[in-house]
Design a protein around this ligand. Structure first.
Ligand code: K7E
Ligand code: CUA
Length: 670
């Protein structure tokens, strides 16, 4: 039999790559030493030291844990609908998930960046990326709610996002999958990747006061995969660094074809220069269609606006804007140390970790120490940019975070461990196993100018044998380590929601005192607010019926509604009249094809319902709000289409005509 050489080569490459699959360390123990329990014990009624905002991966949401306890405090719905909170189901939140493709009810959230002032986390906003239908979101940390979602044109797979500059001027979004630009014909053969596909990076401006996002400009570069990024800081503020892979520009079987080159690149972008080029009018206006969705807290309502243009800078037309730095073997994480001098590339197939020097990069640029070009972009000589290499750190380095003592911590996916090394002398100082297959890791403030040095959390992919079996799908996990001493110490592990990727954490004090307790009813500008029960009403406009309803312990006003007809579009505009912390009411109606509403004190939220059958429909509060919560209910009568039952509504007065005793009892109660 003749052996197909190409096939044999392919198989050899595959065999090599199989070894990069995750493996379980041999000493997969469950023992935590001595005082671990005391270190994570937060007594009932006591607060945690840190808020930890953890990406939910394919859940599309962001979860909030307390550290060191690992207690789950909240899941914030971001890109995925959440029937629990009515997110994406209420009329007010539906526009948040609008895109140029229509409503997209799910996404894949990988990274979180908290806003910074002078390189320190300031606790105002958390930004998150959508990896599938490219978007970025802003979560308001006063309300712990998603306040804005911005779609990104010319992109496919928004992965190297939403990394932030040290004064929150910009977050970036580099496309993972290069695609033909939106204003070009995308209906081309896939194997014309090299000619037709482009890699776009969006710079998204953030308004200092409102936090509102806009696409300031986009950079259009070669078709490669942008993986991760980080902004420069301190001396390197003004630069952004992106890891790239598939610089082979393969369009099929990437696991082999995008792993051929010995080195890919870290792309260094001079964003201050890009900003000036845009100011000088050098940006090309390009037609593009993308949604900008904002939630207005005074009307409790989101608006979606479709925008039609972006400013684009073609990288090749602006010498000095972008340089390539060779980085071994499909780099993933691209992390900048707290001083801004060292840039760490984590080649997931590399046997070492290269550390680049910002000063040397600047000198190499000045000296033109180049090694040719890549798609018109100067390639800096590897040695000219390199500070040094961390030798034999472990297998499958992915991500690096820093502490306050000049140390770095790198996650090793394949060898399932966290490796601590010194940034100055590049010596490995300690290693500790993770259970298992660590992806991202996080030190509170660990990618800022002011990292802390007490805790590190590893976010792991596989939890076989860690928890009680729950069928074929197991939870993923986070593991907390004490990093205050020379040796790292495992303290705790806890399951996570969805697949955790990146996370951020900040001292609780930075956030907790600004947290909104309730919405002031007198500031509610919702067009359908009822600020008291007297303002509650029901009226018909053609086949639309509007119900301005109030919710208060423990009744709905109105709670008897008649005159609805089959096929009507019924809008329950529910206002929670409570003015106290933690007294939400819920609202649900039998047969509704959407979800419940969960209405916070002072808020107005709307559920749309189209009854399809005549009959009696109970409505009720879904959130156990008082001892008489089970009484917080009512009925909606639905008559056949064309019926002449008039609209009527009431609470407490619609009594049987012949039952005076009941009538009096009702009057007394009222
Ligand atoms: Cu999970 Cu940040 Cu998408 Cu690495 S990426 S693990
Ligand atoms: Cu309101 Cu239960």
């Amino acid at each position: 039999m003749r052996i197909n050489t190409k096939y044999a080569q392919g198989m050899a490459a595959l065999a090599l790559l199989v070894s990069v699959n995750a493996c379980k360390p041999k000493d997969a123990g469950s023992v935590v030493s001595g005082d671990a329990a005391a270190k994570v014990y937060v007594a009932p009624g006591k607060y945690d030291e840190y808020y930890n905002f953890v990406s939910g991966g394919f859940s599309g949401q962001l979860s909030v844990y307390g550290l060191p306890s690992g207690r789950l405090l909240r899941v914030i719905p971001v890109f995925s609908v959440d029937p629990e909170k009515g997110w994406g189901y209420s009329e007010e939140t539906k526009p948040m998930l609008n895109t140029s493709h229509g409503s997209v009810p799910w996404d894949d959230l990988h990274h979180v960046s908290m806003s910074q002032t002078n390189g320190e986390i300031d606790g105002r906003w958390a930004f998150a990326n959508a990896n599938n239908t490219p978007r970025v979101a802003r979560v308001d940390l006063k309300t712990f709610r998603t306040a804005e979602i911005l779609e990104l044109p010319n992109s496919g797979g928004n992965h190297s996002s939403p990394f932030i500059t040290e004064n929150s001027e910009y977050i970036v979004a580099g496309t993972r999958f290069s695609v033909p630009p939106d204003d070009k014909n995308g209906d081309v053969p896939i194997n014309t990747y090299k000619q037709n596909f482009k890699g776009t990076i969006s710079f998204i401006s953030i308004d200092k006061n409102s936090g509102n996002m806009d696409i300031a400009f986009q950079l259009q570069g070669p078709g490669v995969n942008f993986d991760l990024s980080h902004a420069g800081k301190g001396k390197s503020n003004g630069w952004f660094f992106f890891s790239t892979y598939n610089t082979e520009q393969a369009n099929t079987l990437l696991e082999v074809n995008a792993s051929k080159r010995d080195k890919d690149f870290i792309m260094a972008v001079n964003w201050k220069m890009a900003e000036q080029l845009i100011k000088a009018g050098k940006g090309r206006k390009q037609a593009a269609k993308y949604a900008s969705n904002r939630f207005d807290e005074s009307t409790h309502t989101a608006t979606s606006t479709i925008k039609n243009e972006v400013s684009v800078l073609d990288i090749r037309e602006h010498p000095g804007l972008v340089y390539m730095i060779p980085c071994p073997k499909s780099p993933h994480g691209c992390d900048v140390d707290p001083t801004g001098e060292y840039i760490v590339g984590s080649g997931k197939l590399a046997a070492l970790i290269p550390v680049f020097s910002f000063d040397k990069i600047q000198k190499a640029i000045a000296d033109k120490a180049f090694d040719g070009e890549y798609d018109g972009i100067p390639v800096i000589k590897y040695e000219a940019a390199l500070y040094g290499e961390v030798k034999k750190p472990g297998l499958g380095p992915l991500h690096t975070e820093f502490d306050d003592k000049g140390n770095a911590y790198t996650s090793m996916f394949v060898s399932s461990e966290v490796v601590k090394w010194n940034v100055k002398d590049l010596k490995v100082l300690d290693r500790v196993p993770t259970y298992y297959s660590v992806g991202h890791l996080m030190v509170p403030g660990g990618d800022s100018k002011k990292p802390t040095g007490k805790y590190l959390v590893a976010y792991n992919k596989i939890t076989k044998d860690r928890y009680l079996p729950t069928g074929p799908e197991l939870s993923q996990s986070a593991q907390l380590y004490d990093i205050s001493g020379d040796k790292m110490q495992l303290l705790l592990d806890f399951p996570t929601i969805g697949e955790p990727h990146y996370a951020q954490a900040v001292a609780a004090d930075v956030i907790k005192n600004n947290s909104t307790k309730f919405f002031k009813i007198e500031e509610n500008k919702h067009p359908h607010v009822a600020k008291g029960e007297k303002e509650a009403k029901v009226w018909r406009e053609g086949n639309k019926v509007h119900i301005n309803m109030t919710l208060v312990r423990s009744h709905l006003t109105p709670d008897n509604i008649e005159g609805i007809r089959v096929g009507d579009e019924v809008y329950f505009h529910t206002t929670n009249l409570e003015q106290d912390w933690d007294v939400p009411h819920g609202f649900a109606v039998k047969g509704a094809l959407n979800a419940e509403l969960l209405v916070m004190p002072g808020e107005t939220t709307t559920l749309k319902w189209v009854p399809l059958k005549a009959g009696m429909y109970p409505i009720y509060c879904t959130d156990f709000c008082s001892a008489l919560h089970q009484e917080m209910s009512g009925y909606v009568r639905v008559s056949p289409a064309g019926s002449n039952v008039p609209i009527s509504f009431s609470t407490g007065t619609n009594l049987p005509k012949d039952d005076t005793a009941t009538a009096q009892a009702g009057a007394v109660k009222k």
